[in-house]
Ligand binder design. Structure first.
Ligand code: ATP
Length: 280
């Protein structure tokens, strides 16, 4: 029996511009994304008998073929033309449907893990091509660097030397449907996009790009998102923003102590998920 224990990190978006709707129903985006060290734990065990078993036990996340990690494992077993199967256990620490890319990260981690276990030796580029069919954010997690993500999210350019920062993640637990957010979005973009700095020399440089077009949909419908943003600024965050299609909001802090102080304030009596994370 061969197994691997792996970490699947969450991501945050410092920038999310929606450029246009595409005829295929997707949107062309411009995003700046970075991974943070809030991780799902994944164990993958190759088995002598065929079939894939995913156990997760988290409300809202399917255990069987509906799980994106199951689909990732199926693709890799098919490529290997393997007689074996796989048992995958996922401990979800990343909030679900939260704008933190948890499912995509699980899928990317399973693609990379199965590549190793099955000794397929597929390149990261090939894994990214496979991954984009599972989800637009999957290639980013295989890329493993802070990135400018264009197209539907699969055209990745590394953003080197990101300033070190601490992140406070706050999820109010309201249900926001990603499909509804994109459907409701009024595209106002004239085609003119702000130039992005080549590199971010300071935390201020990084914060200067903070913007998420999807907040125009989510904040009016869920005022708690703005309430969290304001709370984070009041508690010392240099900037705060909603990640992805929400509802998770994050604040960027210069130091761990500041982030921890804000965490303990916001954890009290709110019922919100609150966690400090380090950028990766
Ligand atoms: P993104 O930021 O890419 O929009 P998200 O963080 O908003 O993603 P996910 O947590 O990836 O959303 O979950 C989206 C949906 O995918 C959930 O409703 C869930 O039922 C389904 N799903 C399938 N597999 C998984 C998985 N391994 N982890 C989380 N969700 C999964």
């Amino acid at each position: 029996m061969i197994s691997l224990k792996l970490k699947a990190p969450a991501k945050i978006n410092y920038l999310l511009n929606v450029i246009r709707r595409r005829p295929d129903g997707y949107h062309d985006l411009r995003m700046v994304m970075q991974r943070v060290d809030l991780c799902d734990d994944i164990s993958i065990t190759l088995q002598d008998t065929p079939g894939i078993k995913v156990t997760c036990g988290k409300k809202g996340v399917p255990d069987g073929p509906g799980n994106i990690a199951w689909k990732a494992a199926r693709i890799m077993l098919d490529i290997a033309d393997a007689k074996q199967g796989a048992a995958i256990e996922i401990t979800k620490n990343i909030p679900v449907a939260a704008g933190l890319g948890g499912g995509s990260s699980d899928a990317a981690t399973v693609l990379m893990g199965m590549n190793e276990l099955l000794e397929l030796k597929l390149s990261d580029l090939r894994l990214m091509e496979i991954g984009v069919k599972l989800g637009a954010d999957v290639p980013f997690f295989i890329f493993k660097k802070a990135a400018l993500a264009e197209g539907i999210g699969e055209k990745l350019t590394a953003m080197p030397d990101m300033p070190k920062a601490w992140i406070l993640l706050v999820n109010p637990g309201v249900h926001v449907s990603t499909a509804w957010v994109y459907r409701t979005l009024q595209l106002t973009n004239s085609g003119e996009l702000n130039r992005l700095p080549q590199l971010f020399a300071s935390v201020e440089d990084l914060c200067s790009i903070f913007s998420n077009d999807l907040e125009t949909v989510t904040i009016p419908a869920f005022p708690v998102i703005n309430e969290i943003k304001q709370n984070l600024l009041r508690l010392g965050a240099v900037a705060s923003l909603m990640s992805g299609s929400g509802p998770t909001v994050f604040g960027l802090f210069r130091d761990l102590l500041g982030a921890e102080r804000a965490r303990s304030e916001l954890s009290d009596n709110t019922g919100w998920f609150v966690a400090v994370a380090e950028t990766l």
